[in-house]
Design a protein around this ligand. Structure first.
Ligand code: ZN
Length: 273
């Protein structure tokens, strides 16, 4: 069975470049707009663990990675700060959502809130990607509205030096602090892919292929025509969203093909998820 992820995006030059060049840009968490994203602290904790006793080598690796000179006189507090900085500024994140897909019409259950917040108030798009590397996808945890606390030595055991940052999928322990969000965001049903930050990574490395684009219902027709032309040599299908129908549930934003007579529509309220 095919698996898909969804990216809600504004219709700007970054989105268009990503689609045209078939690559994904990875931002660091310190550049995100939500100050509670990856809300964690790293401390020495009250209980000394086995890991702490063996952490000198790992601490030196961290200092090396951060370009700092290690000295035995440095406080553990400095190590904790460096580790927090390494996670927040040296790991890149791509955020996406998962949706249920109707077994009858094959359309996803798109989220109107997400369209408002991340697709420029319905003036942007939703990109559907088929993904073939589920091991790269990490589910966000929304359980509480509290900061998470991690023991520095336990995290340091899993710290990856720079040359292996690209293989982040094999080490989910080190990225755990980057997978917590406050529960207010649960509607996003977010998944994250990690890689090197501030860089565009080709779809092929990530096991992704853009399959469908859904235009928000407020995207102007000349924009739609331009985007379709720019992406005409890609294997991407284009669909259009209609505003919710009066007296229907808000989730029933209609998906359809424009311009083509007898074109396929989603089942609206009878979608089978
Ligand atoms: Zn359906």
């Amino acid at each position: 069975m095919k698996d898909f992820i969804y990216k809600y995006a504004p219709l700007d030059i970054n989105t268009i470049s990503s689609l045209l060049l078939e690559s994904i840009y990875f931002s660091k968490v310190s550049d995100f707009d939500d100050p509670t994203d990856a809300a964690f602290t790293i401390s020495t904790g009250s209980n000394a663990t086995d890991a702490e006793a063996h952490s000198i080598e790992n601490t030196k690796k961290l200092y090396d990675f951060m370009g700092e000179q290690y000295s035995a006189d440095d406080s553990l507090n400095k190590t904790c700060c460096l580790l927090e900085k390494a996670l927040k500024e040296h790991i890149g994140i791509f955020c996406c959502s998962k949706h249920r897909v109707c077994q009858k019409c094959t359309f996803p259950e798109l989220n109107p809130l997400m369209l408002s917040h991340y697709s420029e108030k319905h003036r942007g798009i939703v990109i559907e990607y088929q993904h073939t590397k589920p091991q790269l996808l990490h589910q966000v945890d929304y359980k509480t509205n509290e900061y998470r606390h991690f023991n520095y030595a336990e995290l340091l055991q899993h710290f990856l030096p720079q040359d292996t940052l690209k293989k982040l999928e094999i080490n989910s322990e080190i990225i755990k602090p980057l997978l917590f969000k406050f529960k207010n965001w649960i509607y996003q049903d977010e998944y994250r892919i990690f890689n090197v930050p501030n860089k565009s990574i080709p779809y092929s490395d990530l096991g992704l292929a853009a399959t469908r684009i859904f235009f928000g219902y407020k995207v102007e027709e000349h924009c739609i025509n331009t985007i379709e032309k720019i992406l005409s040599n890609k294997k991407i299908e284009f669909y259009y969203l209609s505003p919710p129908i009066k007296n229907n549930e808000l989730k029933n934003i209609l998906i359809h093909r424009k311009y083509k007579k007898g074109s396929r529509k989603n089942c609206d309220s009878t979608c089978q998820y």
